[in-house]
Design a protein around this ligand. Structure first.
Ligand SMILES: [Zn+2]
Length: 152
């Protein structure tokens, strides 16, 4: 995006992509742009585009970040709880395994889409990867009024 394009985009509000709002929409499984369309078409599969506003969502490169952050969060929840229970009640090791393993699995499966949606929302907000190209392409279409798609 050229600097005069950026200034024009700032005036038109095209650069307005609040990080927190986009990440919250993504965490709820909604499109980071409009907050209405679905972000996922299956459990962890990101939709090609928003079914409400048409925003291209396939540009994300979440890769290993969601599992990494999910493991980080689950570990910081489960391990202190397990240590506290061990210190207070000293239950049998089998009881530990029966409680903490299913709890860790359930928490992981619940958090993975939330974290992945947040990461995709962050990438969309910061125009990372292909989101930059999609935004500049849409901006050019809006500013020229043409429907031609030109790479920037
Ligand atoms: Zn949308």
């Amino acid at each position: 995006m050229r600097s005069d394009d950026i200034h024009t985009a700032q005036r038109s509000g095209d650069l307005d992509r609040p990080v927190t709002k986009s990440m919250c929409y993504g965490a709820r499984g909604k499109c980071p742009s409009c907050g209405k369309g679905r972000l996922f078409y299956r459990y962890l599969k990101i939709a090609e585009q928003c079914d409400s506003c048409g925003e291209e969502l396939h540009h994300h490169r979440a890769d290993d970040a969601p599992p990494y952050f999910t493991i980080f969060i689950v570990g910081h929840v489960i391990i202190p709880l397990a240590l506290a229970v061990e210190r207070i009640w000293r239950p049998d090791m089998m009881l530990h395994m029966l409680v903490w393993i299913p709890l860790a699995l359930a928490l992981t499966l619940l958090l993975l889409p939330v974290v992945k949606g947040s990461v995709v929302g962050l990438q969309w907000s910061l125009r990372m990867h292909g989101f930059e190209y999609a935004a500049s392409r849409r901006f050019k279409q809006n500013s020229t009024g043409s429907s031609n798609i030109e790479p920037v």
